[in-house]
Design a binder for this molecule. Structure first.
Ligand code: AMP
Ligand code: ZN
Length: 137
């Protein structure tokens, strides 16, 4: 896509600190890191988000994520990561080209776990939500 910063990185029109590359994916350092080594894995083709990523790319995607983790783990001497996707605007997705965050975690880094992202049950019970899901499926 013409105006997409990540497509520009794929096309080498914008520089990036590349870490790993496969036929269909690229990983590079996040330019505004939340931790040393904060990296992103993106597909070379512009898919809006995870839900649009073709299933056939699943295995290659996992491999590039794991390889990138290994590279970071070795270089930065870490064994813990927060891994995640801001899927959609309400979840904080700013760049509409699918990207997977790898955030290395360090001793006493002041961060939280994924449970810290949101706590908003809207007062509904798990049973109620399960019923709603089942009614629609
Ligand atoms: P998100 O909020 O999930 O859409 O995250 C987008 C991420 O892309 C942010 O963490 C940004 O710091 C990062 N980012 C934006 N522009 C660049 C760039 N040119 N190179 C590397 N990372 C970038
Ligand atoms: Zn793009």
């Amino acid at each position: 896509m013409a105006d997409c910063i990540f497509c520009k990185i794929v096309n080498r029109e914008v520089p990036a600190f590349l870490i790993n590359e496969s036929e269909n994916f690229l990983s590079f350092l996040d330019i505004y890191p939340h931790a040393p080594g904060h990296s992103l894995v993106i597909p070379k083709v512009h898919y809006q988000n995870f839900q649009h990523l073709p299933k056939e790319l699943g295995e290659e995607f996992i491999l590039v994520v794991q390889e990138t983790m290994s590279i970071l783990a070795k270089a930065l001497k870490v064994d813990s990561f927060t891994l995640g996707i801001n899927e959609g605007k309400l979840a904080g997705q700013v760049i509409p080209h699918f990207h997977f965050h790898l955030i290395p975690r360090f001793v006493n880094d002041g961060g939280g776990s994924i449970h810290a992202v949101v706590f908003n049950t809207q007062g509904t019970s798990v049973e109620e939500i399960y019923q709603r899901i089942k009614n629609e499926s």
